[in-house]
Design a protein around this ligand. Structure first.
Ligand code: AMP
Length: 112
């Protein structure tokens, strides 16, 4: 089932796109939790991380490598955090898998 991110990918609604390639988009989060808060979104619609299949391995790896590249591009390459929320109780609100890239402020551990 398509989500708001599907609409972003199909350009049906606007987004602040900071990176795009054939496999994914990186957009600025509309409700940023850090000075830099970007979402890496695969163009393929996968609802949750646990719904990914073995054949999606390269795509998931691509998101990780791209996160590092986009972090460098946005000037937070030395300190950033990646997060994937899987399931509503873990904070997932958009059921199209995505990686949060956050940076530009200190982060505590463990996360809340
Ligand atoms: P999650 O809660 O992990 O599913 O993350 C969804 C994220 O998408 C939240 O941080 C929202 O602020 C963000 N978000 C929702 N709609 C949009 C949108 N149209 N453009 C950019 N970010 C969005």
């Amino acid at each position: 089932m398509t989500t708001i991110f599907g609409k972003v990918i199909r350009r049906e609604i606007p987004a602040d796109i900071v990176y795009e390639d054939e496999l994914c988009l990186a957009i600025r989060d509309v409700n940023p939790q850090a000075p830099v808060h970007v979402l890496l979104i695969p163009k393929q619609e996968i609802a949750r991380l646990v719904d990914a299949k073995p054949e999606d391995q390269a795509l998931l790896g691509h998101l990780m490598l791209t996160a590092g590249k986009v972090a460098q591009q946005l000037g937070i390459g030395d300190a950033f955090r990646l997060a994937i929320n899987n399931g509503a109780e873990a904070g997932q609100s958009v059921f199209h898998v995505h990686v949060h890239l956050l940076g530009g402020r200190p982060f505590r551990w463990p996360p809340g």
